[in-house]
Ligand binder design. Structure first.
Ligand code: SF4
Length: 359
C-alpha cells in the first residue's frame, strides 16, 4: 500500500456509535471459535486451533468498523461467524436485537439478506458461467425483492448505476472485466439484497493501488448514501486510515485495542497497534516514521502464549505479562486497550510518554 491512497475522510459524528446507548445493529459478545484438530489412528480430537478466543464488539447502524490484524489473527473467522458460515464454539452474535448464532438454518433467510459479504478475490468470487445480469438477479430472486420483471430490471439498472458500471455491461461475462470492475460487480451483488451490513473481507487487498482507492471511495460513498454499516476486515491500516469510524485491532484470536479512528491513529495504547501503525506510509513530504520491527513470528493459535498473547514479541514485556492476561480497559472515553502498561501513571507509561511511532 502506498501513501498515494487518497480517500475522503469520514467524520466521527456521521454515525451514532454503539456506545451512544442506541441499540447496535450488530453486537458480538465473547465470541469463540475453536476448530478441533484431529489425528491419530482413530481420528480423535488431539487439540484445538483457538482461532477466535473471546471477541466482543458492536457496530452501529451506518457505522464502519475496521477489524485489523496480521494474517492468521482470526479476523476473517469473525466475519464468517457473523455470516453464520459455521457454528460458533460459544458467545453470542446479535443482529438488530435478534440472536442469530442460535437460529436454526430454516430461519436464517432474513438474516442472510441483511448481512452480505464482499470477498477478497474478485476473480474467484463470481461464477464464470453466469452473466452479470444473472449474478445480480440471483439475490433479488432468492429474497423475493422484485414485484415483477419490470421491477427486477429497474433494480438491476439501479445497482449498476450505484457501483458506477455501464448498464449495458450487464449482459457480459465476469472474465470480460478487470479486477476492479469485478469487485464492483461483487459489491453490486451484495447491494442487490438491500442489506443493512456488508462484511468486506480483505475486499481491496488483491487490487492495484489506484483501483484500491477507487473501491474504498465507492464503499465510503455507499456507506454514506445508503446508511450501510460496514465490517471492514483488513490486514492494512493504511487502507482503513481515511474511511473508517472505528478500528478494532486483533492479535492471535483476541481484540487488543478498539478506538475511534482519530484516537487510534494519534495515540495508540497497545504496543502491537503501535507496530502496525509504524508500517503505514507517511503522506507528508519530509515526515519520518520510526518503523517498529517485531521480533519473531505470530505464535501458533494451537498453543497461544500464557498471560498476554503478545508477550513473546512485545518490546516492553515484563514479568506480569507472562502470567496475567491483560483485559480490555478504557484508556479514554470510547478507547480501550488490553495492556498492563496502561495501569501505570501516564508519566511512567512508555506508550504515552514516548508518544506514537510518528515523529
Ligand atoms: Fe506488552 Fe505486556 Fe502490554 Fe502485553 S501486557 S502488550 S506483553 S507490555
Amino acid at each position: 500500500m502506498s501513501a498515494t491512497l487518497s480517500t475522503t475522510p469520514v467524520t466521527d459524528s456521521a454515525v451514532s456509535h454503539g456506545s451512544s446507548g442506541a441499540r447496535p445493529l450488530l453486537q458480538v459478545d465473547d465470541l469463540k471459535k475453536h476448530f478441533p484438530l484431529r489425528g491419530g489412528l482413530l481420528g480423535g480430537v488431539t487439540g484445538h486451533v483457538y482461532a477466535v478466543d473471546g471477541v466482543s464488539f458492536e457496530i452501529a447502524k451506518g457505522e464502519t468498523l475496521s477489524l485489523v490484524g496480521e494474517s492468521g489473527c482470526g479476523k476473517s473467522t469473525v466475519g464468517k461467524a457473523v455470516l453464520r458460515l459455521f457454528d460458533i464454539t460459544s458467545g453470542q452474535v446479535v443482529l438488530d436485537g435478534t440472536r442469530i448464532d442460535t437460529l436454526p438454518n430454516s430461519s436464517l433467510k432474513p438474516m442472510r439478506r441483511r448481512v452480505q459479504v464482499v470477498f477478497q478475490d474478485p476473480f474467484s468470487s463470481l461464477n464464470p458461467r453466469m452473466r452479470v445480469r444473472d449474478i445480480l438477479a440471483e439475490p433479488i430472486r432468492n429474497f423475493g425483492l422484485a414485484k415483477d420483471k419490470a421491477d427486477l430490471d429497474r433494480r438491476l439498472n439501479e445497482v449498476m448505476d450505484t457501483v458506477r458500471l455501464p448498464r449495458d455491461a450487464i449482459t457480459r461475462w465476469p472474465h470480460e472485466f478487470s479486477g476492479g470492475q469485478r469487485q464492483r460487480i461483487g459489491i453490486a451483488r451484495a447491494l442487490a439484497a438491500e442489506p443493512d451490513l456488508i462484511i468486506c473481507d480483505e475486499a481491496v487487498s488483491a487490487l492495484d493501488v489506484s483501483v484500491k482507492a477507487q473501491i474504498v471511495n465507492l464503499l465510503q460513498d455507499l456507506q454514506r448514501k445508503l446508511g450501510l454499516a460496514l465490517l471492514f476486515i483488513s490486514h492494512d491500516l493504511a487502507v482503513v486510515e481515511h474511511m473508517t469510524h472505528r478500528v478494532a485491532v486483533m492479535y492471535l484470536g483476541k481484540i487488543v485495542e478498539v478506538a475511534p479512528r482519530r484516537s487510534l491513529f494519534a495515540a495508540p495504547r497497545h504496543p502491537y497497534t503501535q507496530a502496525l501503525l509504524s508500517a503505514v506510509p507517511v503522506p507528508q513530504p519530509g515526515a519520518a516514521r520510526q518503523r517498529i520491527i517485531l521480533r519473531g513470528d505470530v505464535p501458533s493459535p494451537i498453543n497461544p502464549p500464557s498471560g498476554c498473547r503478545f508477550h513473546t514479541r512485545c518490546p516492553y514485556v515484563f514479568d506480569r505479562c507472562r502470567v496475567e492476561e491483560p483485559l480490555l480497559k478504557a484508556t479514554s472515553p470510547a478507547h480501550t486497550a488490553a495492556c498492563h502498561l496502561n495501569d501505570l501513571p501516564p508519566e511512567q507509561n512508555p506508550l504515552v510518554r514516548d508518544g506514537t511511532p510518528f515523529h
